[in-house]
Design a protein around this ligand. Structure first.
Ligand SMILES: Cc1cc2nc3c(=O)[nH]c(=O)nc-3n(C[C@H](O)[C@H](O)[C@H](O)COP(=O)(O)OP(=O)(O)OC[C@H]3O[C@@H](n4cnc5c(N)ncnc54)[C@H](O)[C@@H]3O)c2cc1C
Length: 431
């Protein structure tokens, strides 16, 4: 089949790779000049099946107060609150777990098949810094034991032994721990995977904004393009620059057998009428800085994997010789530049958790967008519009689920059964 993939973030690159592996003729259209230039540019990239336990233990997603302060966010927060109380919620949590477990397996299989090199570190820990949060976390772990989440409880001493760089002054009452969880450089992975996709014949068309999708003759979808101008996109100096293989084609409307939207929140603009999914924008800040190297072999700076402080809404992850601190999630379009107050919060949480862990003078701040669906799951599969498929709504979880979603979508397109019950991801639910 001739398949178009719209968007070359983590979701688009993994989808294009999986479709090409199945023998399809794949073209990826990306409005930026490189892959992973928007939401996938500098995320924390933490993968831990059941990470939502950590946020539930502290009473919701980090940053909820910031979101509540914006009346425009209330309708969406209401939809999310209601979704979490529907009978289908338990099935959704099981689906999220299966997605994360399958994604980890798929990532490892892809890495092994192509010897893909990218920075990644094992171990994800969520700190509980009050007795109330600690007892809630333990109760949630017990309550959700039937889900077989690969997480366990550590008391404060065990947590400090697993992550010896944690400040001795930080109040700590225990931690949720995913020994096989991981933090990684998702963008590095996406670049390595793109090279494999190109080897399989995938064509990447950069600086091509898809402006319209129309059914051609009522049977096959057509993609209408507009060559993008960099200044219109306000690309920041942190965005990846164009690579040697960047193509700026001036092609007319292109007809495909299938079009897969991996364009995050922009998907709703490209879909018409009742089929249009309600996608909420969010944005999150991150700072990437060199890790302080210890002069004394006994000294440890920063985490060995990823350490989350869900009450502060901050993740601190190791990334090779650097650390990435991410957080300050908020609903709405991202500001044009990282907000000083958000960056101050990230630096303060880092200093309180891992004092002196980085050289902040060489830090690279960033603010990136996320796309959220109200029930917290992505939409993966056939849309109500003929020939149109979706892989969107990854929220704060694209690294945790992109590899699985790319494979699931390719299997669905080929009419193969899914390896687990993923009915909760069906885009038909968005109507
Ligand atoms: C600071 C931060 C921390 C995060 N931490 C984590 C984490 O710890 N774990 C985790 O799993 N996830 C995390 N995430 C979330 C994750 O990074 C995102 O969910 C993910 O990058 C989204 O990938 P995507 O491919 O769906 O979207 P994107 O990467 O945004 O890609 C969409 C692409 O579509 C293109 N596009 C859109 N419209 C069009 C059009 N009309 N024509 C052509 N191209 C178009 C865009 O240019 C873009 O490149 C974090 C995100 C941020 C910002």
């Amino acid at each position: 089949m001739r398949v178009a993939v719209i968007g070359a973030g983590l979701a688009g690159v993994t989808t294009a790779y999986e479709l090409a592996r199945d023998g399809h003729e794949v073209t990826v259209y990306e409005r930026r000049s490189s892959i992973a230039a928007e939401g996938s540019f500098a995320p924390a990239s933490v993968l831990a099946p059941g990470l939502w336990l950590a946020h539930a233990a502290v009473g919701g997603a980090g940053g909820l107060e910031r979101m509540l302060a914006r009346p425009a966010a209330w309708p969406w927060l209401w939809r999310r609150w209601r979704a979490a109380r529907q009978p289908a919620h338990a099935a959704r949590l099981a689906c999220l777990r299966d997605l994360a477990v399958f994604s980890l397996e798929r990532l490892q299989a892809i890495e092994a098949a192509h010897q893909l090199e990218h920075e990644h570190h094992a171990g994800v820990m969520a700190l509980m810094r009050t007795p109330r949060h600690a007892s809630r976390a333990q109760a949630l772990l017990t309550k959700h034991a039937p889900l077989n989440l690969p997480a366990r409880w550590l008391n404060a001493d065990e947590a400090r032994a697993a992550e010896p760089g944690i400040s001795p002054k930080l109040p700590l009452y225990g931690a949720l721990y995913w020994p096989a969880g991981q933090t990684a450089n998702g963008r590095q992975f996406a670049h390595a995977l793109r090279a494999e996709a190109v080897r399989l014949g995938v064509r990447f068309q950069f600086q091509q904004d898809v402006v319209r999708l129309t059914p051609a003759g009522g049977t096959r979808p057509q993609v209408e393009l507009q060559a993008e101008r960099r200044r219109d996109l306000g690309e920041s100096s942190h965005s990846a620059s164009s690579t040697g293989s960047t193509t700026i084609a001036d092609e007319g409307p292109q007809t495909f057998d299938a079009v897969v939207l991996c364009s995050a929140e922009a998907a709703s603009r490209l879909m018409a009428g009742a089929a249009r999914p309600r996608v909420a924008w969010g944005h999150v800040h991150s700072v990437t800085a060199p890790r302080h190297v210890a002069a004394d072999a006994g000294e440890t700076f920063g985490p060995s994997g990823a350490v989350l402080d869900p009450a502060a809404g901050v993740t601190i992850g190791r990334m090779g010789d650097r650390l990435r601190v991410a957080g300050c999630a908020s609903l709405g379009a991202p500001p044009s530049r990282p907000a000083p107050a958000a960056l101050a919060h990230l630096y303060a949480t880092l200093e309180a958790t891992f004092p002196g862990a980085t050289r902040t003078a060489r830090a690279q701040p960033w603010v990136g967008r996320q796309d959220h669906l109200a029930d917290g799951l992505p939409a993966v599969g056939r849309s109500p519009e003929k020939g149109l498929w979706l892989n969107i709504g990854h929220g704060a979880q694209a690294w945790a689920q992109a590899a699985a979603c790319g494979r699931l979508l390719a299997d669905q397109l080929a009419g193969r059964p899914a390896p687990f019950d993923c009915g909760a991801l069906d885009p038909a639910r968005l109507r």
